[in-house]
Unconditional design. Structure first.
Ligand code: NAD
Ligand code: UDP
Length: 338
């Protein structure tokens, strides 16, 4: 299949592009490197022993996008590109709306232009907001609490409208839970700019000595041990879900939203314990106040993913920690050359 991947050099995109190349798909990556590094692209090539096409461009640039689509004529699109920080989205909401929503409109236009009818979109569990019940199934009301979450909600709606307007269009909206971990090679991984906002990269940076101490945001939630509970998913499993979604989209029309998680919640303290076991390092931590906007518990119902895509997660929390640690140990400064 010929697949145009927006944001294909980023954390999730790079792991997915690697699997796509290994599965012999033809790939064009469209990325502006705003949150990724050419070094990641070089490593994808090295690991796959393939030369995927790459265009450096912004999804808001309709001319660049349209040229890329006319040149490559993809059968399908995987759309990762966008801004993803919950906190930042409250400070610069218009940037988030313009890039995440406006950028997606441009992608759908460019697809129409070359009669490309299939898309897989990176949505997020943040579309659900506070749980009315658990696990979150795909029918749970969506009530996102941040501008970032709302951009995912609106993009889901606009992609759905796009599929309704054309009989042969297909879209899979993958609602990721908490992606963590790294490729087994330890050559690709997560490389956040500045101090990480997310738990796993924070833990690995404490373990490697880049940061002094993890702050646990609250230990008085209604969970097993009082700390926040999340459904962590290995990035390699998440990548393989995209391949399953592409196959599904090749023989279905319409729009399907599908959760991608393991179905199991892990608390912050349980994550620290698993990481210590996987790495042999002690993680220094202190308990601080709750972080604004955090929910107590979030985990997925994964039945639909199995029923529709025949996909389920293979890796558990130990493998997630082990791969994240191997990546951090081998690349203490991420993709930046020392
Ligand atoms: P990332 O920032 O590592 O990757 C995004 C990639 O898109 C980067 O390579 C960046 O350079 C590129 N990009 C950003 N804006 C662009 C633009 N305007 N034009 C072209 N390229 C652009 O993020 P990620 O963690 O790999 O996430 C990928 C997608 O998955 C995002 O849409 C994100 O919202 C979604 N998602 C991520 C998580 C998570 O925890 N990582 C959870 C749920 C959903
Ligand atoms: N968390 C924490 N310290 C950190 C980062 C995160 O205690 O430095 C907690 C956070 O409160 C939540 C869990 O770890 O309970 C996962 O947070 P993350 O930001 O990784 O994911 P999200 O909140 O977006 O689900």
């Amino acid at each position: 299949m010929r697949i145009l991947v927006t944001g294909g050099v980023g954390y999730i995109g790079s792991h997915t592009v690697l699997q796509l190349l290994r599965a012999d798909h033809e790939i064009l990556v469209f990325d502006n490197y705003s949150n990724s590094s050419p070094e990641a692209m070089r490593r994808i090539k090295h690991l796959s022993q393939r030369e995927p096409e790459m265009i450096i461009g912004d999804i808001q640039d309709s001319v660049a996008l349209s040229n890329a689509f006319r040149y490559f004529r993809p059968d399908a699109v995987i759309h990762f590109a966008g801004l993803k920080s919950v906190g930042e989205s409250s400070i610069v909401p218009l940037r988030y709306y313009a890039e995440n929503i406006g950028g997606t409109v441009e992608i759908l236009r460019a697809m129409d232009d070359v009669q490309c009818r299939r898309i897989v979109f990176s949505s997020s569990a943040t579309v659900y907001g506070v749980a009315r019940y658990l696990p979150f199934d795909e029918g749970h009301p969506r009530n996102p609490e941040s501008p970032y979450g709302r951009t995912k909600y609106f993009v889901e709606e606009l992609i759905k409208d796009w599929t309704v307007a054309g009989l042969d269009r297909s879209a899979v909206l993958l609602r990721y839970f908490n992606p963590v971990g790294a490729d087994a090679s330890a050559i690709l991984g997560e490389d956040p700019n500045g101090p990480p906002n997310n738990l796993m990269p924070y833990i690995t940076q404490v373990a490697v000595g880049r940061l002094a101490c993890l702050s646990i945001f609250g230990d008085n939630y209604e969970t097993r041990d009082g700390t926040g509970e999340r459904d962590y998913i290995h990035v390699e499993d998440l990548a393989s879900a995209h391949l399953a979604a592409l196959e599904f989209g090749a023989c279905h029309v319409g729009c399907e939203a599908i959760n991608i998680g393991t179905g199991h919640g892990v608390t912050v303290l349980e994550m620290i314990e698993a990481f210590e076991a996987a790495s042999g390092r002690k993680i220094r931590f202190k308990i601080v106040g709750r972080r604004d906007g955090d929910v107590a518990r979030s985990f997925a119902s994964v039945e639909k993913a199995y029923k529709k895509l025949g996909w389920k997660a293979r890796y558990g929390i130990y493998e997630m920690c082990r791969s994240a640690w191997n990546w951090q140990l081998r690349n203490p400064d991420g993709y930046r050359q020392l």
